[in-house]
Design a protein around this ligand. Structure first.
Ligand SMILES: [Zn+2]
Length: 390
């Protein structure tokens, strides 16, 4: 799904302006690569809509005063909301610059129904707005990130492992109650948007890999998130990496990358080696901590699980580089220990399996994940909408 040229130009001008403000129109034309006439028309439109303000510099006594452009932070406000792993719902109010104005959190519902979850989000968002200095009428959109398979264009939750009632029209349920346009998306896409808007550099061409309980991947190209023809993001974790006799995956397939390179895969394999039963989902993180401790105490079998997770992820991303050659790849993980254990074998395998002409040691960065990225990413998703279509 591609946006119109006009919307694309407006979005790219606003993103450049946000990164470089305050900036003169001439400099903005230069960094955006658009011609003067196009920039002038876009800026006039954005000023009329109240999204951009022109600011007079000093008191010019002669000639035309020099003007600088800025994003009008009060041009619009949005809400970014998300659900944390410990069962809290968080809502953050963000201005047009992407800066947080206020935030609020409340516990998720005790039931496992998607309808109740939507209602709980409505309450948390309404409370966040009431507790903030921003009137409800000034909130343009709501963005919600969920750890689920979601079709963002329709607002449907298609599959949510820990909640019942899918498929469920989640965005519509929130809109009906709050009367504010609402968009939802999968958490991996939300993290990619956060990286694109708030990460260092704001790169337009990158792949984000989330190495957590599962393994997710999201691709940004030409400043836009790529959504597949089925409306969901690519499922990098389910690319097949071991051809025969591969480990079973929860998707029903075998040999998936996620069955080796994910926190849950490392824990499940450690339990198999020790002859212990598989732990429940809510035990995975504490059990993972125990496996890390075993490696640090010198257990070679546990160390090999991390080495293989790193090697196979390196091979999987080398395949991705050989096909798509993204400018940057960011791998997010919650645990610093995981990053330290996985990255040496990862980089060795990535180098070996990448076509020599495409080898670039600086392309991939491992980063420790910050939970606040979810709410910011959800806000960035709706800011992108405002920037394009308002
Ligand atoms: Zn799979």
């Amino acid at each position: 799904m591609r946006m119109s040229d006009q919307a694309f130009n407006r979005l790219s001008v606003l993103k450049k302006l946000r990164a470089a403000e305050p900036i003169s129109r001439t400099d903005l034309a230069q960094i955006s690569g658009l011609n003067g006439g196009t920039i002038t028309a876009i800026i006039r439109d954005l000023v009329e809509r109240g999204l951009v303000i022109e600011e007079r510099l000093g008191s010019a006594t002669r000639g035309r005063p020099k003007l600088n452009l800025r994003i009008n932070p009060e041009g619009a406000f949005v809400v970014g909301a998300t659900m944390s792993e410990n069962g809290q719902l968080c809502a953050e109010i963000v201005d047009l610059r992407g800066q947080s104005v206020s935030s609020h959190s409340a516990p998720a519902p005790p039931t496992r129904s998607l309808e109740d979850l939507a209602q709980a989000f409505c309450r948390t968002i309404a409370e966040a707005i009431a507790a903030s200095p921003i009137p409800r009428t000034a909130i343009s959109q709501v963005g919600i990130g969920l750890p689920a398979i979601v079709v963002s264009q329709t607002g449907m939750v298609e599959l949510f492992e820990t909640f019942e009632g899918a498929p469920f029209a989640f965005a519509e349920a929130i809109e009906r109650e709050l009367r504010i346009p609402t968009r939802i998306d999968n958490n991996n896409n939300i993290l990619a948007r956060s990286e694109h808007w708030f990460g260092d550099g704001g790169v337009d061409d990158f792949t984000l890999v989330v190495f957590d309980l599962g393994l997710g991947g999201t691709r940004y190209q030409a400043g836009q998130l790529l959504i597949g023809s089925h409306g969901i993001e690519a499922e990098f974790g389910h690319t097949k990496i071991v051809p025969e006799g591969g480990r079973p995956c929860h998707c029903g397939g075998r040999g998936c990358l996620q069955a080796y390179s994910s926190v849950s895969a490392i824990v499940y394999q450690a339990c198999e080696l020790r002859g212990e039963p598989q732990p429940a989902i809510d035990q995975l993180r504490s059990r993972f901590g125990e496996v890390v401790e075993a490696v640090q105490a010198g257990d070679p079998d546990m160390a090999e699980l991390f080495a293989r997770a790193g090697r196979l992820l390196g091979r999987g991303l080398a395949n991705h580089v050989n096909m798509q050659d993204p400018e940057r790849i960011v791998v997010l993980a919650k645990s610093r220990d995981l990053i330290d254990l996985v990255s040496p074998p990862f980089f060795a395998a990535l180098h070996e399996d990448t076509l020599p002409v495409l080898r670039d040691g600086d392309r991939v960065t491992f980063k420790q994940m910050d939970d606040s990225a979810y709410a910011r990413g959800a806000a960035a998703m709706v800011l992108e909408q405002l920037y394009q279509f308002r």
